[in-house]
Ligand binder design. Sequence first.
Ligand code: ADP
Ligand code: MG
Length: 683
Amino acid sequence: MSDCEVIEEDNTEDDVLKDIDNEIRSIEQNISKLNQRRAELINKRDAIKDKLLLKKSKHLATKNWEKTDFPWYNELKSTLNSVFKLKEFRPYQLQTMNATLSKQDAILIMPTGGGKSLCYQLPALIDKGITLVVSPLLALMEDQVIGLRKLNVDAGMFHAEVDKAESNRLMQAMTDPKSKLKLIYATPEKLAKSKRFMSKLQKAYEIGRLSRIAIDEVHCCSQWGHDFRPDYKFLGVLKPMFPDVPILGLTATATSKVTIDVQKMLEIQGCIVLKSTFNRPNLYYEVRAKPSSQKECIEQLVELLQNKYANKSGIIYTTSIKECGELREELRKHGLRVSGYHAQLDVKLRSSIHEKWLKGEYQAVVATIAFGLGIDKSDVRFVIHHCLSKSMENFYQESGRAGRDGKPADCILFYRLADVFKLSTMVFTQQTGLQNLYGIVEYCLDPSTCRRAIIASHFDETWESTDCNKMCDHCKDSREPKKVDITKHCQSVYKLMAQASSNDTKLTAQKLLDNWFGKGPPKLRVSSVSPPTFSRDTGESILAWLLVKGYLKEDFHFTPYSTISYIRRGLMASKLEQSNHVISMTIKGKSVQNSSVTTLKSNESSLNKSKSSVSLNKNSEFNGKKQNYQTDNCSDTSSSSKSDSGSDSNVIKNDDNKRIKLSEGPSNTKKRKVVLIDDSDSD
Ligand code: ADP
Ligand code: MG
């Protein structure tokens, strides 16, 4: 065989190999596409199934559960008066009791303080047997058992700190038909770990003495909730073990996701779901731009505590133990009576701090989320979030500790992009951690929607815009929302990230912002990307928007000391490949009350003011019919705006059918231009 023939033969085999490789690749691509489609369909199917079950649940709830001709009604009412010394049922109490006494599985969703406990305590006295109450915290169980005993109701709890004699008495009473024991409280851990207890429960069931299982704080079953407890998973065994015993789940967490998840976990899909409103009319909700310097932030807190909230009681929530300690020290330096509360403090110290706060010896507690379940002080006048919460759920629960007495109270959240990453690096390992976090970031970024409306929609409640009664920053100073096109900015950011990547550099959000605004190593800059003429705060808002909308995503890296969040292209990046794809961001429009006014106020100064809204606050920029004008310390921008008007990807129509453009300017200018372009000025 000549050399020439060998080469020829090799060539043919090379070609065949290439063909095979190509075909394999094509098959793999098809498999991947099909798998993706399959996953999409499975998700869709599950979502529809869930929706149908929830519909069934809600439909079941529409039955007239409030009627008074159930056979137990008279006894129920008289026991309410004679034992509990209460005159009337509160909303949803009678419905819930009727449903559970009808042996239906049910979930009651009601805000904290609404009176959920009575919904199982009172039926427990009507039924012959005993009610098992599963509760996540010793303190919660203790409060209830003490309260019931004061009312001469025989109740007890299982806990490590309960003495043997009492726990033996309870065990024995569970299966003794003559016993007067009505309620037993246990933690899910007790159920999961004590075979003796479970077997006793089974015996009680067999002789018909297990009347009901109430599961308090039932959202702890769900990873979508804010207090997920792995031991709550064990409660899934209860329905299969005791199929005839009605389960009553109670929670103040109201999203459909959590409800569905809880139903699945407890194997009570499609059960009755009773839900009362989540609107807290006396709470004033506000989001403020958090100053970039801690000193300024402290000054604002001091100002609030010394003036507006002087002699009033409140909570300041923060994220980390370290920050909790620092804030406490700083506030004390200003002579304020505050203390700190976090999980690492000794239990005794914690309850003494709690006690002093209850008595008013401390004006405020600077706390991590460890200051949570079971806190019941009625006259909390302010809850300040020094850093955003982990989720809307958390925020609602935490801020909801204000104003339990029904009198006005404030819920102020200080927002800054940097805080998002403090939290994201903490929550990203949780299944739904990032999704939940971005939910509250959207709440902070929203420029004009009623804060209550956002909370209501989060809890799947219908909402009338007038319901707020000007009890949020957005309704108090009503603005029309406007849309601006930020596609070009997203493209710029992508270019900067690509440049960094080709230099083997990963960018955190702060580094990316530095780079975008012309700081940091020159090798990371891109000649076609000029630093924006708008402020860094605006840049931060754009990055946050791109993040929550999926155009950017966080990529987490562990170091021995911390977790770092780097910014990368998000799943939505592929959309930008379509030439007509527009990313629009909603910003503040003109004042609704003051719509005729066309004053040109500097937005940036208002962004930096303590009371400024955190979202892009270009209200006056879009006021009236100005063609264009500048903000910041700007001089005339009409010339540059003209040249910008040619860029179609950066223009979007607003509600007035005008086209708005948020532009990046020539490098190193300190101007921000927001341009309103007449339709005649077409692309
Ligand atoms: P939740 O568990 O929903 O947070 P609780 O069950 O702890 O609320 O009840 C909160 C307060 O409301 C308790 O002090 C309780 O005595 C009171 N309460 C409950 N039901 C009624 C009622 N029907 N009338 C008056 N007060 C009630
Ligand atoms: Mg409760």
